[in-house]
Design a protein around this ligand. Structure first.
Ligand SMILES: Nc1nc2c(ncn2[C@@H]2O[C@H](COP(=O)(O)OP(=O)(O)OP(=O)(O)O)[C@@H](O)[C@H]2O)c(=O)[nH]1
Ligand SMILES: [Mg+2]
Length: 463
């Protein structure tokens, strides 16, 4: 999406740095040029690009890389931090009662976004209502009503009333039961005084908690002036970038964010009510730097973990990282893995890990097919508690007994034990990584805070 191209070209410049411990001015200039080119292509405002460039340049040359950090890691971290700074955190949106007013130019996607956002809040368990105050565009009422029906959310509008302020007032009364009120407003083709006056009037009646400026991803350099005008009139708390499913990269919207000192709240990625994403800087930038989709990975791992954990409340993945790896752990792992997808695919998503570590693993360690897992499950059901906790005691006669009890061939029981041995070796490798590479890697990704930390704990199931 936004700034998507950056990854590969930047990676090339970064690759030139591998092995170096210090950065030269030319090295930094190379990287800065790559970043500039991609950002300008993505419609990011020139002055923002220049500011970013000089921060990167300055920091890369002046800051001492922390001990043991390579030049590549050092500059990567700086670039990442500065990009996070540029795109900002996502707009704070507490899941509680609130009124949100949407503003923006004609056709920017306000009405669509109103229904999408209502849908989004309803999925979070809140009761939203959309109020349509657009009396300007013919068909605005029908369009909003239909979209709200598709989103299965409450809607208020009045095609016979031509006073938007009055509609807003009545709409709030009529939908008083709702938790979230989303007020859609009329757009105009340019920033006319009329539009601004009307918006101010609606605002004074509605008294919104948040005003969101809706911008088409194709907005380009015009975003700044628009943002300025809306900011003066009603104040902007966040931006919604729409139509990111098209070719435009949405970089222009960053100027609006900068101008209004706000942030990005949502991204629109299609015409349907579900085509909406909460803006998320870190996943987005990890991907844009070509370092693997950390966000997606963490989410997948966390989902699998929580499902597995729901089945077994006492289990703490951290224990597994520390202590002995039992057959019970293996069973949980297999079931978590089942939910995550093939192990090698999962490993591929871990930046910096997919290649190196994977090659060191015995090939069979990946070979946990569904059939095999099912048969392993059956075998484990025939094993005693003691055997599961301590598979080393599995001698010939126990293997025979379990084979008979489970109806599985003895060879399969031995395969299971062999698999367990391999996986526990693998776990040791991960454990060994615990303090060094793994943490550095997570830090590099900016995952130092809550999300990334959770991801580390989550490394368990595919180890
Ligand atoms: N592909 C795509 N189309 C979108 C998206 N958001 C809105 N649209 C389309 O863009 C057009 C304009 O969207 P509206 O929601 O009507 O825009 P608006 O700001 O309410 O327009 P006015 O009320 O006339 O000012 C419609 O055809 C939408 O289907 C998006 O995220 N992706
Ligand atoms: Mg509209």
């Amino acid at each position: 999406m936004v700034l998507d191209n950056l990854g590969s070209s930047l990676r090339e410049s970064l690759d030139k740095l591998s092995g170096k411990s210090r950065l030269s001015e030319e090295d930094v200039e190379d990287i800065v040029k790559e970043i500039q080119r991609s950002l300008l292509q993505a419609d990011v405002d020139v002055s923002l690009v220049m500011d970013l460039s000089s921060s990167i340049r300055e920091r890369a040359l002046e800051e001492e890389p922390p001990g043991g950090t390579s030049a590549r890691d050092h500059v990567l971290r700086i670039v990442y931090e500065e990009l996070v700074d540029l795109v900002g955190e996502s707009t704070d949106l507490p899941l509680e009662s609130q009124t949100i007013m949407l503003a923006g130019l004609q056709g920017s996607g306000k009405t669509t976004s109103a229904a999408k956002m209502a849908w989004w809040f309803s999925k979070k368990g809140l009761r939203p209502a959309v109020i349509q105050t657009d009396t300007f565009r013919p068909g605005a009422y029908d369009q909003a009503k239909q979209m709200c029906e598709r989103a299965e959310v409450q809607f208020y509008g009045d095609p016979d009333n031509d006073d938007p302020v009055d509609i807003a007032r009545k709409g709030l009364e009529e939908t008083a039961d709702a938790d979230i009120h989303i007020v859609d407003t009329a757009g105009r083709h340019a920033l006319e005084e009329g539009l601004i006056d009307e918006l101010e009037e609606i605002e004074s009646v509605v008294n919104p908690d948040r005003n969101l400026l809706v911008l088409d991803a194709a907005i380009g350099q015009g975003a700044k002036e628009q943002a300025q005008r809306f900011q003066e009139a009603v104040g902007i708390d966040g931006v919604v970038i729409t139509k990111l499913d098209g070719t435009a990269k949405g970089g222009g919207a960053l100027a609006a964010v900068d101008e209004t000192n706000s942030s990005i709240a949502f991204l629109g990625t299609g015409e349907e009510v579900a085509d909406i994403e909460r803006f998320e800087p870190s996943g987005f930038i990890s991907r844009l730097l070509g370092m693997g989709d950390l966000k997606q990975l963490t989410e997948r791992v966390e989902r699998a973990m929580s499902e597995t954990q729901a089945e077994d409340e006492d289990w703490d993945p951290e224990d597994m990282m520390k202590g002995e790896f039992t057959l019970k752990d293996m069973r949980r792992q297999m079931s978590a893995m089942n939910k995550m997808g093939p192990l090698d695919q999962v490993l591929d998503m871990i930046p910096g890990l997919g290649g190196g570590l994977k090659d060191q693993l015995p090939e069979d360690a990946m070979d946990v097919t569904k059939d095999r897992m099912r048969s392993f499950e059956v075998i484990m059901d025939s094993m005693t508690e003691e055997e599961l906790e301590n598979p080393r005691i599995m001698g010939k006669s126990r293997i025979e007994r379990v084979s008979r009890g489970s109806g599985q061939p003895e060879q399969q029981v031995r395969d299971l034990l062999e698999q367990h041995k391999m996986m526990s070796q693998m776990m040791k490798q991960f454990q060994g990584m615990g303090d060094g590479d793994m943490k550095r890697m997570m830090k590099k990704m900016g995952g130092g805070g809550g999300g990334g930390g959770g991801g580390l704990g989550g490394m368990g199931p595919f180890g």
